[in-house]
Design a binder for this molecule. Sequence first.
Ligand SMILES: NC(=O)c1ccc[n+]([C@@H]2O[C@H](COP(=O)([O-])OP(=O)(O)OC[C@H]3O[C@@H](n4cnc5c(N)ncnc54)[C@H](OP(=O)(O)O)[C@@H]3O)[C@@H](O)[C@H]2O)c1
Length: 279
Amino acid sequence: MKIAVLGAGNMGSALLGGILKAGVLPVDSLRATTFSSGRAAELAERLGVTATAGENSQAAEWADIVVLAVKPGTVPKVVKEIRDVLRPTQILISLAAALPISTIEDAAACRMPVFRAMPNIPVVVGEGAIGICNNAQATAVHRTQVESIFRAIGVTAFVEEEQMDAVTALSGSGPAYIYMVIEAMMAAGVKMGLSREISLRLSEQTVLGAAKHARESGLHPAILRDQVITPGGTTIAAIHELERHGLRSMLISAIETATVHAGKRTSVLLAEIERQKHS
Ligand SMILES: NC(=O)c1ccc[n+]([C@@H]2O[C@H](COP(=O)([O-])OP(=O)(O)OC[C@H]3O[C@@H](n4cnc5c(N)ncnc54)[C@H](OP(=O)(O)O)[C@@H]3O)[C@@H](O)[C@H]2O)c1
């Protein structure tokens, strides 16, 4: 299996780094492209992969799996560049936020398996959450191949394409919400007289540990929360405050708003792509 990542910026290079670190593929099975030669040289130096500025069609022709990791507005231009070398036996994966599979299929003009993936930023430490959907040409075998790649950088979940806006709002944007929680807990510790360093370390580890416990126990979070509560104790006093200020309701509303916003981004992006086509 040979993979070409077209547009290996932050997300594309995190994917390449994860594949290498997890030993999914050797370095000579990977290739990257960028816009600038400086970035290509930096990637080649850091990861040891063949990286070129441009040469998208050469890289796409060489690969079994082609990953589109450029910015969403650049995807149609890059697909146009590689259209003539695409073949039905390859797999095309887009990481572009908000860009529907149908737009990629139209630009590719090749009946081939197309996947759309929404990773989040913790992929840089191998702990990403990646929502994936696919078109009708993708088989169970293709899905297993694609999953094996993304498992190198986190946890995967297959969804229907119409659920990708919810994935974007929940896990795509989610790290920002959790960084705010860590920041607020740290501030609370400082207010109560702990040093910044100790407050931050305890806050980070509390989030990390609670998430790990929730995953490994397999229990509903409400049960785990109840296990921490002692009647008349400290935790229930704090939980009463959190309920009074609507913590859960606030998060539900925030993710609902972000889901609607993600849908609007698709409309804006498609209008922009139409404008580019006619200019
Ligand atoms: N970052 C995130 O948290 C995140 C999360 C989910 C999805 N995504 C999606 O991932 C994609 C990439 O995002 P990013 O944050 O990684 O952006 P980025 O760091 O700006 O990476 C984009 C890369 O594309 C390269 N590029 C631009 N035009 C090109 C061309 N014509 N041919 C080949 N390469 C070209 C750029 O090269 P130079 O470096 O040389 O300019 C750059 O390295 C986007 O579609 C985004 O929606 C990102």
